[in-house]
Design a protein around this ligand. Structure first.
Ligand code: ADP
Ligand code: ADP
Length: 232
């Protein structure tokens, strides 16, 4: 469902070129939890952001559900993006809005009616275990709770794909465990394909079925977590 074919990304900075990605080929099947691991600067965010077209390849093609993104019209891209949710290292919540409002945002932007929004927000908050926080503000929540809000918001429009950008890197080990558990539940209950990037091996070993190792813009290894890293 997600395919990269010969993808390069070259950032142009004044007189220098940064070759951030070099001939990336990968394939992620529906329902997989696919992790990309590498050091800072290896090209992980560039790779992840290409899936929802926040970055465009310099060469090569990203294909989602058989659709070549470079050939899609703007309305086609909007439809594809609606099927892709994303969560972030620093949660990216609106501090001045309630938890319910933060979760409701994608539904408000999609112009759903009020009753539908209210019911969906209640369902999402229950799913992430935060029903009692609807009227709280982000500043009143712990990091783990904020990430739960991020997950609820990302799921609002029932995406097929969830992109996770270092989603547990700002959390302590115990909270990381619980968020990874929630991601497993998202995958198991809704069949959502998860693509995550991380610099932590333990994250890959806890949740991923497949892994790719990225080094200086190149995928140097890919396969099942057991094949690539052996038994934990
Ligand atoms: P990672 O997520 O693994 O830390 P990134 O994808 O953020 O890696 O970055 C890969 C390389 O591309 C780095 O050398 C980084 O400095 C460079 N880079 C990322 N974004 C930009 C940008 N917008 N302009 C120029 N260089 C960039
Ligand atoms: P406003 O900022 O206009 O006062 P709210 O922050 O109360 O609005 O709500 C924003 C959206 O979140 C609304 O669409 C509303 O339906 C939904 N919402 C607000 N509170 C709850 C709640 N307790 N349970 C479920 N949905 C809620």
């Amino acid at each position: 469902m997600i395919k990269f074919e010969g993808v390069d990304k070259i950032y142009q900075q004044k007189n220098t070129q940064i070759h951030a990605l070099n001939q990336i080929n990968l394939q992620i099947k529906q329902g997989e939890i696919y992790g990309v691991i590498g050091l800072s600067g290896a090209g992980k965010s560039t790779l992840l952001r290409m899936v929802n077209y926040l970055e465009r390849p310099t060469n090569g093609e990203v294909i989602i559900d058989g659709k070549r993104l470079s050939e899609c019209t703007a309305p086609e891209l909007r439809l594809i993006k609606k099927d892709i949710g994303m969560i972030f290292q620093h949660f990216n919540l609106l501090e001045s809005k309630t938890i319910a409002h933060n979760v409701a945002l994608p539904l408000i932007l999609a112009k759903k009616n009020k009753q539908e929004i209210k019911a969906r927000v209640e369902e999402l908050l229950a799913f992430v275990g935060l029903s009692d926080k609807a009227k709280s503000y982000p500043s009143e929540l712990s990091g783990g709770q904020k990430q739960r809000v991020g997950i609820a918001r990302a799921l609002a429009l029932s995406p097929k794909i969830l992109l996770c950008d270092e989603a547990t890197s700002a959390l302590d080990p115990q909270t990381t465990q619980s968020i990874l558990g929630l991601l497993k539940k998202v995958n198991a209950e809704y069949g959502i394909t998860i693509m995550l990037i991380t610099h932590e091996m333990s994250v890959i070993q806890k949740v991923c079925n497949k892994v790719a190792v990225i080094e200086q813009g190149q995928l140097i290894e890919q396969g099942s977590v057991l094949d690539v890293f052996g038994h934990p």
